[in-house]
Design a protein around this ligand. Structure first.
Ligand code: NAD
Ligand code: UGA
Length: 463
């Protein structure tokens, strides 16, 4: 079957960039990205591609090239479903905040709504692709909903998890380590897999396209994120031991990373991992393991989250302790609020939790982040429901200029590893601060010797 029309439900951090790259690489395929969120779709359609809702290096150029040619953003979900041969489901699958599995299981209500909408609207055979990260065996539930209409329309369900990381999404999509496609072993299943392989083959070489059964594909995504997050918790656990023993975590990471079996990537000690997925996916994995009675498996993976929470808490406790056990009415400047550099995404960012702890201690938090707005920062804090929005508003001061944000500060905490922080005039910053001037580098990006020579009291993670 030659694919000429694709639709994607969900114009978020995955749906938007992924479909933009498919459209760029497959000019013969019409790609329509739909979402219920009108504001988001309006932003995707903004004439000025600087205003698209997701900041990713290189994405604006791709959108500018393909949008209006074969890439479309719309709120007309039914129409897009009706016309498409392949429907990607890229909606959010957050941790449940209510009912059974609260705080652990993935909330699949958006997925189910999509399946029901597809079932209701589809008049011709469709390939439905799970792009969202889902618990293993979700395809079974989707299939049962799709097959319940009895109207003769045939559906094939594929699992095609996304492995892009934010901040490098475009590069990851253009040059993926692998594309994973899980499908049925039946003849129809194999045909559907081939149709999706043909789409990716427009720019990905065949040896990088991996085909598995549906359950392996679904579980591989959760496993990949669990392994990645586990590396960070492992190095962060060592960072605490380094601080006690005189070892330096950067040196330890380099030494172990040169072992080709361990590998050098993803061994950066930090204030703790954030992002919308690591915690959510591990909690989901823990929940699934528990639901099969696999308590040891569940406990093993849960420890990754426990360690991460500890690392964030340890960072804020250390700030309070170092500032003579009180931060009340002191100005603490946060450089960075995003969960990592080169993104405007703040979901589960360590900055939110560190700020929350310090506000509990009555600190005033000044924030400078090159891509995150005041509105977002306040809504992140409000989401924790620790105090009223008004109280949060009184404790958070946001700045568009990094130097101003550091004026008269008692301490600076680096929460995101934005490149620009390294190149600041640190002497100028020092001159404007209260003394002693403290820097808590939660990303180990600044030059210790340079800062100490200026006069800062500098503390990094793991040394
Ligand atoms: P997101 O919240 O940025 O985007 C999801 C979008 O889906 C939202 O705009 C929402 O309005 C829309 N939506 C929800 N229900 C809808 C419906 N019924 N009809 C139309 N639109 C609907 O989420 P995201 O970060 O893009 O993540 C999506 C999925 O991809 C999640 O399962 C996530 O785990 C997975 N994932 C995310 C990343 C990442 O880097 N963010 C990477 C790999 C996988
Ligand atoms: C992660 C995975 O890397 C992607 O493969 C996956 O597709 C995605 O989750 C997902 O499923 O959502 P992402 O969360 O966007 O991508 O970004 P990462 O680069 O993985 O960083 C996650 C967090 O870990 C960030 O807060 C980052 O600062 C932190 N981190 C990362 C460290 O503290 N140390 C490291 O060595 C690496």
């Amino acid at each position: 079957m030659e694919i000429t029309k694709i639709c994607c439900i969900g114009a978020g951090y995955v749906g938007g960039p992924t479909m933009a790259v498919i459209a760029q690489k497959c000019p013969h395929i019409q790609v329509t990205v739909v979402d219920l969120n009108e504001e988001r779709i309006l932003a995707w359609n903004d004439k000025n591609t600087n205003n698209i809702p997701i900041y990713e290096p290189g994405l604006d150029t791709i959108v500018a090239e393909a949008r209006g040619r074969n890439l479309f953003f719309s709120t007309e979900v039914d129409k897009a479903i009706d016309e498409a041969q392949i429907i990607f489901i890229s909606v959010n699958t957050p941790t449940k905040t209510y009912g059974k599995g609260k705080g652990m299981a993935a909330d699949l209500k958006y997925i189910e709504l999509c399946a029901r909408q597809i079932a209701r609207v589809a008049k011709s055979d469709k390939i439905v692709v799970e792009k969202s990260t889902l618990p293993v065996r979700t395809a079974e539930a989707i299939k049962s909903i799709l097959d319940s209409t009895g109207n003769g329309v045939q559906f094939q369900i594929l699992s095609n998890p996304e492995f892009l990381a934010e901040g490098t999404a475009v590069q990851d999509l253009l040059n993926p380590d692998r594309i994973l496609i899980g499908g049925d072993t039946t003849e129809e299943g194999q045909k559907a897999i081939q149709a999706l392989v043909d789409v990716y083959s427009n720019w990905v070489s065949s040896e990088k396209i991996l085909m598995t059964n549906v359950w392996s594909s679904e579980l591989s995504k959760l496993t990949a994120n669990a392994f990645l997050a586990q590396r960070i918790s492992s190095i962060n656990a060592m960072s605490e031991l380094c601080e006690k023993t005189g070892a330096d975590v950067n040196e330890v990471a380099k030494a172990i990373g040169m072992d080709s079996r361990i590998g050098a990537k993803f061994l950066k000690a930090s204030v703790g991992f954030g992002g919308s997925c690591f915690q959510k996916d591990i909690l989901n994995l823990v929940y699934i393991a528990k639901s099969y009675g696999l308590n040891e498996v569940a406990d093993y993976w849960e420890q990754v989250i426990i360690m991460n929470d500890h690392q964030k808490r340890r960072f804020s406790n250390n700030i309070v302790q170092t500032l003579y056990n009180t931060v009340a009415d002191k100005k603490i400047t946060f450089l960075g609020w995003a969960f990592k550099k080169d993104t405007n995404d703040t979901r589960e960012s360590a900055a939110i939790y560190v700020a929350n702890d310090l506000i509990n201690e009555h600190a005033n938090i000044a924030v400078y982040d090159p891509k995150v707005s005041r509105k977002k920062i306040l809504s992140d804090l409000d989401y924790l429901e620790t105090r009223t929005s008004e109280e949060n508003g009184k404790s958070i001061f946001t700045f568009g200029d990094p130097y101003l944000s550091c004026e008269k500060a008692h301490a600076i905490a680096v929460l995101t590893e934005w490149d620009e922080f390294v190149h600041y005039d640190w002497q100028k910053i020092y001159d404007g601060m209260q003394k002693p001037a403290f820097v808590f580098d939660g990303r180990n990006i600044l030059n210790k010797t340079e800062l100490e020579d200026i006069g800062f009291v500098y503390q990094a993670i793991g040394s």
